[in-house]
Design a protein. Structure first.
Lengths: 302, 492
């Protein structure tokens, strides 16, 4: 043990200039992430008054969060919409990357990559507004359906249909983010040694076989990293819901972060909001840990 | 657990910490757009003389500096804000500074108060006012109000009654809240052979009007009526038919209940269902926001003919069309007070108060009161509506002209309708506003509740389900009531 400590100290001394370089980053995280985090956790045990002294109320705020049916529903919605978006976006991004890799004409490949990546660059106010218009009774989807069904077609307000709500959120979320995932996968695909494909071709492997036995196995570590980083965000989807939710579909899509916003920002109920946010934090850590185990994440570095 | 595991878990912690440090970037800012541009009709005016102005100079004795956190009040940009501060400082004899966040006002307000920032006045809407008063974050200024001749004499006593919580007042007024009326496209009415003044104020009368409008249009995307159903905004002119008041009211036992959720409101929901089934109610009403509804009403679109909107928006539609060179023969919006109540009257919804509250930690309470007094005078009203003299308008002795800048500001620098009860606008109202304002006598404010957003969500959700036929009316109303009680909005 003492030997280990000695080694550690020696290493730190040896690389002190590098550790010094880390200091600004460390200070940044302490000031802007961990200090608010700790402050938030402290507030979650208080009845917070915006002006004046807050009072410690023990686990009262947590009791509210755990017994209130709104939070239960919001947690379920967060998991379904967040999880669904992650899975769909992951598969979509992978398919786009694999297709991109197969396109041999450079200009076509660039065009395809740009088109799929652009939605990621747009804010949710733009993307949400776009899809609300597309799905409106006078929008593109109803326009197509009218073409097929004729003049007697009654337009559907898709954004007001509760049974489509989660599907729409998952689809639009994946549509926005798939290009980003594809770019991450592509970064890994382009580093694959070309001679592997050449050898496979000589051995008579088809395109599909090359993808299945060369491309996909090589990018598995990247897929694991993307998966772990993404599940951290499953419970943190706010902007999309804020822009696209309406009263008709709120039961199906209102998530934890939106509830936290309502309680904390709109109703100044900071204690309850921070308790719910702490629950989100703990749940995120647990989900991340579970996914890490499931994917044998640490094997990447072995 | 090895170091890599800790690193990953740490990253997860940092990412999730965002939820605690503040949730998202798309918060809402409060806007005065609901009443913007009410007086945009003319660029010359002769309404008042300088001598006739009431000023705050004789009011509360105060000095020093006053710091204001504002959402909609003040200059339109940084440069104009300086001029606004200067004008307000000169008029009150105070050193006034105004912070006006570019966006996310609600979030900024919470952060500033939470951080203990020492503002003397903060802009709040009605639910925020109720929440903050409940938390003890606001100062009781009842005695200041009672001791101020300006605040007691220049403001309608009903306005004070509307913002009194348990006998106490914690704020003064940013502006006078006007009411919402039924706005009607008179050009389409005339084309359909209808005279809006003869429309019978009953379910059948309005149904027939809407049916005739629909039949007269060949546009498949035209729906004669649109309303923002998703947050039950503003259905008051129609619910008047059963005498149901918007929002939450108290019953004879002092218990809160929502009249729209009562069984007696069923005929109105069923009437809306009939409009929907018969293709008269725009199906987009279930998702449309006010800006969508207004866009369908404007001259360039005319995809709908009947909406419920602020009195001022009747004028804004007309003035916008006039500015674009559209004649009144081609586009004219008029207004009606909606359906008649069972006892032959009308019921309209008045905007919930937009206020300047005095935080509990205000350093210059007298100064804050002085500013509130100034806002309640003719001179203060001119600053809050038309704007800064020699910047937004020029002239003296009742002959005024809007500058190019002033013309673009639509007589709105936070209060298109100032709170001073005898306020005389410098410039005439836009076409249609006088008529819409004449219905003010039917309007009343909703009870201030901290969970107004819950009310809107629940009533909107179940109302839409009833209209779409997803639930029976009685079942939908029962569910509406149950959920309102469950979320603490009502008590029965």
């Amino acid at each position: 043990m003492n030997k280990d400590k000695k080694n550690l100290w020696r290493k730190m001394k040896r690389f002190r200039s590098i550790y010094l370089l880390m200091l600004p980053v460390l200070i940044y995280f302490v000031v802007f992430s961990y200090y608010p985090l700790i402050l938030g956790i402290v507030k979650s045990f208080q009845e917070v008054k915006l002006l004046g002294n807050s009072e410690f109320v023990g686990l009262e705020n947590y009791k509210t969060v755990f017994t209130n049916s709104q939070y239960h529903q919001a947690f379920i919605n967060s998991l379904i919409v967040g999880g669904g978006t992650f899975v769909f976006q992951f598969v979509w991004g992978l398919v786009v990357a694999l297709v991109l890799n197969e396109i041999r004409v450079k200009i076509l490949r660039s065009a395809f990559q740009t088109v799929t990546f652009i939605p990621y660059l747009l804010s949710w106010s733009v993307v949400g507004g776009l899809w609300i218009t597309i799905l409106s009774p006078t929008g593109m989807v109803n326009g197509f359906l009218r073409l097929f069904e004729g003049a007697s077609y009654t337009p559907v307000a898709f954004m007001a249909e509760a049974h489509y709500a989660r599907g729409i959120m998952i689809f639009t979320g994946a549509w926005k983010g798939a290009g980003y995932f594809a770019a991450l996968f592509m970064a890994s695909i382009v580093s694959i040694d070309g001679s592997l494909y050449e050898a496979a071709r000589i051995d008579g492997a088809s395109r599909i076989q090359q993808i299945r036995y060369i491309t996909v196995p090589v990018i598995v570590p990247t897929m694991k990293v993307v998966a772990v980083l993404s599940v951290m965000g499953i419970l943190r989807n706010f902007d999309q819901i804020f822009v696209m939710m309406n009263a008709t579909i709120s039961d199906k899509v209102k998530n934890l972060l939106y509830l936290i916003y309502e309680q904390g920002i709109l109703k100044f109920n900071v204690g309850e909001a921070t308790a719910a946010a702490t629950v989100v934090l703990v749940a995120t850590l647990l989900i991340t840990q579970a996914v890490r185990k499931l994917l044998h994440y640490d094997a990447i570095y072995e | 657990m090895n170091s890599k595991k800790w690193l990953t878990m740490g990253m997860a912690g940092v990412l999730a910490a965002g939820a605690l440090a503040g949730c998202g970037t798309s918060g809402t800012g409060t806007s005065s757009s609901g009443e913007t541009g009410s007086q945009a009709a003319g660029t010359t005016g002769t309404a008042t003389t300088d001598a006739a102005k009431t000023t705050a100079k004789s009011g509360t004795k105060a000095g020093g500096s006053v710091k204001i956190l504002a959402s909609v009040t003040g200059g339109k940009d940084e440069e104009e804000m300086k001029l606004f501060e200067q004008a307000l400082s000169e008029a009150t004899g105070l050193d006034v500074t105004i912070d006006k966040p570019a966006s996310d006002y609600d979030k900024v307000l919470m952060q500033k108060l939470g951080a203990g920032s020492d503002y003397d006045l903060v802009y709040v809407n009605a639910p925020q006012y109720a929440s903050l008063a409940d938390q003890g974050a606001l100062l009781d200024i009842t005695s200041y109000v009672k001791n101020s001749d300006i605040l007691t004499n220049n403001i309608d006593p009903q306005e004070w009654a509307d913002i009194t919580i348990d006998g106490k007042v914690y704020a003064g007024f940013n502006k006078k809240e006007v009411h919402r009326v039924v706005a009607i496209n008179n050009t389409l009415m005339k084309k359909a052979g209808l005279d809006y003044k003869t429309v019978e104020p009953t379910f059948d009368g309005y149904y027939n009007m809407l049916k005739t409008l629909k039949n007269a249009s060949s546009d498949p995307e035209f729906y004669p009526i649109n309303a923002v159903m998703s947050d039950a905004w503003d259905l008051q002119p129609y619910f008047a038919a059963v005498g149901a008041k918007e929002g939450v009211v108290l019953d004879e036992n002092g218990k809160k209940y929502a009249p729209y959720a009562e069984d007696s409101a069923a005929p109105v929901w069923e009437w809306f269902k009939k409009l929907y089934d018969d293709g008269l109610l725009d199906p987009a009403s279930f998702v449309d926001k006010t800006k969508d509804m207004r866009a369908k009403m404007e001259a360039s679109s005319q995809k709908t003919a009947v909406t419920a909107d602020w009195a001022a928006w009747v004028g804004l539609h007309n003035s916008t069309a006039a500015a674009a060179g559209v004649s009144t023969d081609d586009y004219e919006i008029v207004s009606l007070p909606g359906l008649q109540t069972p006892d032959g009257k009308y019921m309209l919804g008045k905007g919930s108060a937009s206020l300047f509250a005095v935080p509990a930690n205000a350093k210059n309470v007298e100064g804050a009161i002085k500013v509130l007094e100034y806002f309640a005078t003719q001179e203060g009203g001119e600053l809050l509506s038309t704007g800064i003299k020699d910047h937004d308008y020029t002239g003296t002795d009742g002959n005024y002209t809007l500058t190019d800048i002033g013309a673009t500001h639509g007589n709105d620098h936070g209060a298109p309708f100032p709170i001073y009860k005898d306020y005389k606008p410098l410039f005439p109202y836009a076409a249609g506003v006088e008529e819409a304002m004449s219905y003010a006598k039917y309007a009343s404010i909703d009870m201030i509740i901290p969970n107004e957003s819950d009310y809107k969500e629940i009533v909107g959700k179940w109302g839409i389900r009833i209209i779409k036929g997803e639930v029976f009316t009685s079942e939908g109303l029962q569910s509406m009531r149950d959920e309102l009680v469950e979320r603490g909005v009502t008590e029965r």
